[in-house]
Design a protein around this ligand. Structure first.
Ligand code: CA
Length: 235
């Protein structure tokens, strides 16, 4: 068994939630460091280099979104937002500023731990990779994304996705298990000045789903986070 332990910075001003999360994380074998204000969170991020940050947005001295922006100006350390704010706009804003994932309170402990494992695995496998091009393949159920060939297969059959459709699936596949906002997808695929009109994405997604989903009205592979973005299922 590996003796390596991930260090998680827990940023939360509610003592009850802090106690619950601290116990849950330690129980899973994580080292936990804590901050109850935004200023402390920033200071501890730079001095302790955590492997992951769990961030409450409503803090006494700063808004969590400002913390995300500040942290992102110097590090790609994964940030999972845990917040009582539940609107689509709140989620999209945090993700667009650079959060990796978003959980609305109240959330289940099992789901939180799964999201943490996904975020940590993601940094381990793609920290150096800033394009869509990637060696290897992603397999989810019957679906195979071949990154090198830029083809997507269902079983043995080529799904016949167009190049743009392939790029969307490859991008989501590279971040499997995580939600990508519409804006992130548009920006990654068509550059920083891409239109912010989600309509083009919805049209592409409808076509992708007709080609890869056994039942496009009940997607198995690419899930919609309504008003926020899309999430590729994990292996
Ligand atoms: Ca709070």
């Amino acid at each position: 068994m590996s003796s390596f332990r991930y260090k998680i910075l827990l940023v939360e001003d509610d003592q009850g939630i802090l106690r619950f999360l601290r116990a849950s994380l330690k129980d899973q074998g994580y080292d936990v460091i804590e901050a109850t204000t935004g200023a402390d969170a920033l200071q501890m991020t730079s001095s302790h280099c955590p492997d992951l940050i769990l961030l409450d947005l409503g803090l006494p001295d700063m808004d969590g979104n400002a913390i995300i922006e500040s942290v992102r100006s110097w590090t790609r350390t994964p940030i999972i937002v845990i917040s009582a704010r539940t609107t689509e706009q709140d989620k999209a804003e945090a993700l667009d500023r650079g959060a990796d994932d978003y959980l609305s309170k109240p959330f289940g402990q099992i789901e939180l731990m799964a999201r943490i494992r996904t975020a940590l695995r993601h940094t381990n496998t793609s920290a150096e990779d800033d394009g869509i091009a990637l060696e290897g393949k992603l397999r989810v159920g019957e679906l195979t994304v071949d990154y090198r060939r830029r083809r997507v297969y269902l079983g043995e059959r080529d799904t016949g996705l167009t190049p743009n459709e392939c790029r969307i699936v490859a991008l989501l596949g590279r971040h499997a298990g995580m939600v990508l906002t519409y804006r992130t997808i548009l920006r990654e695929l068509w550059g920083p000045s891409a239109s912010s009109d989600n309509k083009i994405l919805r049209v592409h997604m409808a076509s992708i789903r007709r080609k890869i989903e056994p039942d496009p009205s009940e997607p198995r592979y690419i899930h919609t986070e309504i008003g926020v973005g899309y999430r590729m299922a994990e292996e």
